[in-house]
Design a protein around this ligand. Structure first.
Ligand SMILES: [Zn+2]
Length: 666
């Protein structure tokens, strides 16, 4: 089990390094990440490498038993790169290249940049392959930006389409270019979409896929070298949870494990969102992950967030461990006195002194080591899966489909797909049930329940797989906008929900968006889904064929139509939700019905504000209970179980203090 910090020795005099390393060791830290923005320090001029400073830093750290993950430094190019190879700077829509001097400003198709990236990666890999302090690599930093509109990218985009479609006829068919007379007759006529809300949506969808692929290819250049030169080291990348620009399933294919940067919003959703992101980060590889950066203090480039309160960093830490984190680094060690991240505070302040945040991190690290043996070899084994589909994320970016206003207090411009995933994830969280976020198309046979909300892009084989899943005994949930589009973003010609009509026992002849301030009242038709709720934002007019109506609309013009249905199909059941609902209680009751149908029983039902997750291994189950609130909570738990953090046995009720954490061995 690794725990530590992101460390920038190059920001401080060498005379300070030994002090830092000793303080880290005293805190129980055994890993740092180094060098991910230090390109010019390692290659001060083209082809001349200088790793002496990093050798020295590694040696100082290693003396204290601290290992290192090295970052390939390509997220921030040296000035000499921009000066000698101006084409490596990304071009903006207005034809101007990005001004050098921030970061993430390179074009991913510029041959010079790819070669320079491969050269520094190779030089680092060869130099550090045998260094005993080094255990792994982080490629680049937070892939996903910027977009580039240079001629090089345009040519690469056209080549990518040629490889994908083979012929212009196929491009024209796949995109439906007979609309507005947009038929392309030469490859060179294919343009880069400037406005994702005005150009052909099928073209825009491919552009987003292409853009993601550019990032994946750039990383692949580096991982090939690292694998060859450093076979003993792991390779990872610091992903960003729900950040939408790169398909993390594709990006992670070249990694040993995923890592991610967790900056809880320190706002209303801070318990929920990091949980959902963690499930995706576990899902992209189907295995445990690392936290490569996590909030260590107030942070921001200009203004900064609030400070983590006493106990808060520890509960954020164990929340991630409960979802499958096996390694953990806080960002950053010491607040930097210079540069754009002066306010991105570390465990230590600008003064370099070890105050409260350091002491809390040290306590957390000690707790982590205490439970390390029990955690080893365990992971989350969920009986429920939820799809996470980049095609649908992108398709909703291109056409949001319904008005973004909401009752939910969330960002009204937020992506409809991601919001849908989060609504169901929150209800599962409140129910105390673990869920895997998985890529559509993967094998579902291990799951009793599958949620596929807002599965807007639905190629026929996927619809067939879902239908078969239900027929063979699975419980499936889909909702509004399911199965509207095919793989290239053209609307299916079948009546919705298309190939899933039999699984759900319904047809949808009409649908609409509900504008701001408009909602439809609904009423329960069965004890299976009690209550009355307000349908908002999106509304399917569902005609039940074989399905039972769980919830019906009350408005006169929707008489006889269903808002929510349940259907027995083969050996399984299909639940269809035709609207978004204003009330959390709707989702809680719905999820209760889904869990009952799927015969999934949570280990404990947590009180509001408490999260329950579980990791399982050969030696049993570890139940994590996290109090996300600032008031004590009582949780009904199995009696006589050991809390690994305190060593005490549980009574029938467990008391959790403010931000309290317990790990019970079940
Ligand atoms: Zn470019």
């Amino acid at each position: 089990m690794y725990v530590g910090v992101d460390y920038y020795p190059e920001h401080w005099p060498k005379t300070r390094w030994a002090t830092d390393a000793k303080l880290m060791k005293a805190a129980g830290f055994n890993v740092v990440r180094l060098a991910e923005f230090a390109w010019v320090k390692m290659e001060p001029e083209e082809g001349r490498f200088d790793f002496r400073w990093l050798d020295e830093a590694l040696s100082v750290l290693h003396k204290q038993g601290i290992s290192a993950i090295l970052g390939t430094p390509t997220a921030a190019m040296p000035a000499w790169v921009a000066r000698k190879y101006p084409e490596t700077l990304a071009m903006q829509l207005d034809g101007q290249r990005i001004t050098w001097g921030v970061r993430k400003n390179n074009c991913f198709s510029a041959g010079a940049y790819r070669l320079l990236s491969q050269r520094i990666t190779k030089a680092m890999a060869q130099h550090f392959a045998a260094n005993p302090a080094v255990i792994g690599w982080q490629t680049d930093n937070e892939f996903g930006s910027p977009q580039c509109y240079c001629d090089n990218c345009k040519g690469t985009w056209q080549d990518w389409l040629k490889a994908k479609y083979g012929s212009l006829d196929e491009v024209n068919r796949a995109w439906g270019t007979h609309f507005w007379g947009h038929k392309v007759q030469t490859w060179g006529e294919i343009h880069m979409p400037a406005d994702m809300h005005a150009h052909n949506p099928s073209l825009c969808l491919d552009w987003k896929r292409f853009w993601s692929w550019q990032n994946v290819r750039f990383q692949h250049d580096q991982t090939v070298i690292l694998r060859r030169e450093c076979p003993r080291h792991f390779i990872t990348h610091n992903l960003m949870g729900f950040a939408p620009d790169v398909n993390y399933f594709d990006l992670s294919a070249d990694l040993d494990h995923a890592s991610w940067d967790n900056y809880p919003s320190l706002g209303g959703a801070e318990a929920y969102d990091p949980a959902a992101s963690a499930d995706l980060m576990r899902g992209v590889k189907g295995k445990n992950f690392w936290i490569m950066e996590q909030t260590a203090g107030p942070h921001g480039w200009g203004s900064y967030t609030r400070n983590p309160r006493p106990g808060e960093m520890r509960k954020q830490f164990f929340q991630q461990v409960g979802h499958g984190a096996d390694g953990f680094l806080w960002f950053r060690w010491r607040s930097c006195t210079v540069g754009r991240e002066q306010y991105w505070h570390g465990l230590l302040g600008h003064d370099g002194k070890a105050f409260r945040r350091y002491r809390e991190a040290a306590q957390t690290a000690k707790d982590f080591h205490k439970v390390g043996k029990e955690l080893a070899g365990t992971t989350v084994k969920a009986e429920a899966a939820m799809f996470y589909d980049y095609d649908s994320v992108w398709a909703f970016d291109i056409q949001p489909a319904y008005n973004g206003w909401n009752f939910f207090g969330a960002n009204a411009s937020a992506n409809r797909y991601q919001e849908a995933v989060k609504r169901y994830h929150r209800a599962l969280f409140r129910a105390g049930v673990n869920v895997d976020l998985v890529r559509p198309g993967q094998d579902l046979s291990g799951y009793k329940l599958v949620l596929a909300p807002h599965q807007y892009v639905m190629p026929d084989p996927l619809a067939q797989q879902l239908s078969d899943y239900v027929r063979q005994g699975g419980v499936l949930l889909c909702d509004s906008r399911t199965g509207v589009k095919d793989a290239t973003g053209l609307c299916h010609e079948r009546t919705l929900p298309g190939l899933l009509s039999r699984a759900f026992g319904i047809r949808i002849e009409e649908y609409e968006a509900l504008h701001e301030g408009v909602s439809y009242a609904t009423q329960s038709k069965t004890s299976g889904l009690p209550g009355a709720y307000q349908a908002v934002q999106t509304c399917d007019w569902i005609t039940p064929e074989k399905a039972e109506t769980l919830l019906a609309y009350k408005d006169w013009h929707l008489k006889g139509l269903a808002a929510v249905t349940q259907n027995k199909f083969g050996r399984g059941q299909g639940f269809y939700v035709g609207a978004n609902f204003q009330e959390d209680a709707f989702y809680d009751h719905l999820v209760a019905g889904l869990l009952k149908a799927a015969r999934i029983q949570p280990l404990v039902v947590p009180p509001a504000g408490v999260e329950a997750t579980a990791r399982q291994g050969a030696n049993g189950t570890l139940l994590f209970l996290i109090n996300h609130t600032e008031e004590p909570k009582a949780v009904k738990v199995p009696a006589g179980k050991v809390d690994l953090l305190t060593g005490k046995k549980t009574a029938a009720t467990l008391q959790l203090g403010i931000y309290g954490v317990a790990i019970l061995k079940i």
